[in-house]
Design a protein around this ligand. Sequence first.
Ligand SMILES: NC(=O)c1ccc[n+]([C@@H]2O[C@H](COP(=O)([O-])OP(=O)(O)OC[C@H]3O[C@@H](n4cnc5c(N)ncnc54)[C@H](OP(=O)(O)O)[C@@H]3O)[C@@H](O)[C@H]2O)c1
Length: 252
Amino acid sequence: MDRIVASSEANVVTRVVLVTGSTSGIGEATARRFAMNGDYVVFNSLHSVDEGERLAGATPNSLYVQGDVANTEDCSRIIREVLDAHGRLDVLVNNAGVTRKIAHRDLDAATVEIWREIFDVNVFGTWSLCLAAMEHLRATQGSIVNVSSIAGLRATGSSIPYAASKAALNHMTVLLAKAVGPEVRVNAVAPGLIATPWTSDWELEHDFVAAVAPLKRSGTPEDVADVIFSLAQSTYVTGQIVAVDGGFSIAT
Ligand SMILES: NC(=O)c1ccc[n+]([C@@H]2O[C@H](COP(=O)([O-])OP(=O)(O)OC[C@H]3O[C@@H](n4cnc5c(N)ncnc54)[C@H](OP(=O)(O)O)[C@@H]3O)[C@@H](O)[C@H]2O)c1
């Protein structure tokens, strides 16, 4: 019996987890959640290089790779650097995202340039990373978790281009899950309003959620990180979009 336990322990491999946009908010909490589990974490961001280096320095067995997910060459380089450092990739969390706050009725403000800017990161960037990572995820029977939004599920969100980008991301998640199973699982979380730097001055929205949502508060980055972590653990779940919104969607 002792020998069996020893041999199964020897076979345990440490997962390598890449979280894009992980110097702040949901991405940072997600990277911390995997690191708490003993996984090797790769932090990424576009501008906040010092913060990325600091987080990687403070987290055991972690690495920071600067890169713009909207840039296809950067996506390939990010994956290459992960493989060079660790030799494998088990979980890809596509969290990096951008928005513009534009009233939905202000049609002229939602220019095609803004649509492109948002889709470049939220949709095309996610797709580029999935493509660059896929052969490595197949090799580890790994999984992808995309960070979407309830704005992709309902007629809400910080702007129409943002909501449409998250709707595209949701459908991409489902179609990709169908295409790459059984080797790779693909799921998404759809957060409601989460208290991150992104929403730090959205006081009216935080008050509204606290009044209306069954759980009576906005979410924390850790609330979302827990669900992302659990989707990466759940070996019989694929193609799902899981709302993490304190019940806001069922109350409005
Ligand atoms: N907060 C919410 O209420 C909420 C609700 C629903 C969904 N979400 C989604 O959750 C995700 C994270 O949001 P958050 O609130 O945690 O935002 P956040 O605190 O502003 O963090 C955004 C992170 O993404 C990085 N990033 C932005 N553009 C990037 C790019 N082109 N390439 C690489 N990294 C990039 C940022 O790094 P730099 O600072 O270096 O640019 C930062 O690390 C987004 O996909 C967002 O759509 C958020």
